[in-house]
Design a binder for this molecule. Structure first.
Ligand SMILES: *[C@@H]1O[C@H](CO)[C@@H](O)[C@H](O)[C@H]1NC(C)=O
Ligand SMILES: *[C@@H]1O[C@H](CO)[C@@H](O)[C@H](O)[C@H]1NC(C)=O
Ligand SMILES: *[C@@H]1O[C@H](CO)[C@@H](O)[C@H](O)[C@H]1NC(C)=O
Ligand SMILES: *[C@@H]1O[C@H](CO)[C@@H](O)[C@H](O)[C@H]1NC(C)=O
Length: 288
């Protein structure tokens, strides 16, 4: 990845006000002359799910390009997505090493022909972003389920995240520990009355009525959060005794067929033996 030449990167603190004024000034000039040389970004928005984190903004550039910078609180700015014509930038790599840190990003605007640009580019700051608190919980996936007698066992897949520790990717459970819980919504297939169960593991073991079919879905929850507490619900799964009954019928049928075959063979052998003894009547099978 190329590093921009130094004059293009603004010196942080004292330059802020000047840059803003310059940006405003350039906007005015652009508006007046109609050449829209440099337009500042607006509506900067963090889109983050299970720590996959993208900064989006507007507008689509015409005669300019953007560079994004990100920094932890009190840290140094790091540039990403150099001179891009996109209106989004993937910042996942910059936040996964410390997801409890609070970050700020900014989007700098340069004229499309950035090579001759020597001024300080106008920019817009993003809202602050703390991955551990702000990343949305992805839709969970039901990994497996089993209904045996009066027990229903539902296991939720532990989603892998892009957060790394000691060179390995952590799962959602690794990152959030007991702060992460799941809610199970379940109901008899024959009715609509829903019940709920909670767990702070990835497994539910609930009491159900024997012989009834159940449908259910799960939702990830971080109760200690004020915002983005819940994921969307997983897709719905249902247990099916019809399948069980069908399996029993198939097994019974198979056993019956095997019994008939054994019986036929035995019968055939008996006849052969009998035929051999009498010496006169030959079995129809021998004749054939
Ligand atoms: C900025 O985003 C908000 C919400 O996403 C939207 O209502 C508003 O129209 C956007 N502003 C502009 C100028 O597009
Ligand atoms: C529930 O199912 C999972 C996966 O099949 C299994 O690992 C677990 O031991 C089961 N739990 C109980 C209590 O049967
Ligand atoms: C990571 O490695 C350090 C030492 O290198 C060790 O103390 C720590 O327990 C490891 N963490 C995990 C989650 O394996
Ligand atoms: C749970 O979240 C809080 C912050 O909301 C944090 O201080 C705490 O360490 C977390 N606990 C675990 C087990 O991750």
């Amino acid at each position: 990845m190329e590093i921009p030449t130094w004059p293009r990167v603004p010196c942080p603190e004292p330059a802020f006000a000047r840059t803003l004024v310059l940006g405003w000034f350039l906007l005015q000039v652009a508006g007046a002359s109609g050449t829209s040389e440099v337009v500042v970004a607006y509506n900067l928005t963090w889109k983050s799910t299970n720590f996959k984190t993208i900064l989006e903004w507007e507008p689509k550039p015409i005669n300019h390009v953007y560079t994004v910078q990100i920094s932890p609180r009190l840290g140094n700015w790091k540039s990403k997505c150099f001179y891009t014509k996109d209106t989004e930038c993937d910042l996942t790599d910059e936040i996964v090493n410390d997801v409890t840190q609070t970050y700020q990003a900014r989007v700098l605007s340069y004229p499309a022909d950035a090579n001759d640009y020597s001024g300080e580019p106008p920019f817009t700051n993003s809202p602050e972003f703390t991955p551990y608190m702000d990343t949305k919980l992805g839709q969970p996936t039901i990994q497996s389920y089993k209904q045996v007698g009066t027990k229903l066992n539902v296991t939720i897949q532990d989603a892998r995240t892009l957060v790394r520790r000691n060179g390995t990717f952590l799962s959602l459970r690794d990152v959030f520990g007991k702060n992460l819980s799941y809610t199970l919504y379940y109901w008899k297939a024959s009715s609509t009355g829903k019940k709920t169960a909670k767990t702070n593991t990835n497994e539910f073991l609930i009491d159900v009525d024997e012989g009834e079919n159940y449908c259910f879905s799960v939702q990830a929850v971080i109760p200690s959060r004020k915002a983005n507490q819940k994921s969307t619900e997983s897709s719905i799964a249902c247990t099916s005794h019809e399948k069980g009954v069908l399996l029993v019928i198939v097994i019974v049928a198979l056993v019956a067929v095997i019994l008939i075959i054994i019986l036929s063979v035995t019968l055939y052998k008996c006849r052969k033996v009998r035929a051999g003894h009498s010496g006169k009547e030959s079995s129809p099978l021998h004749a054939a």
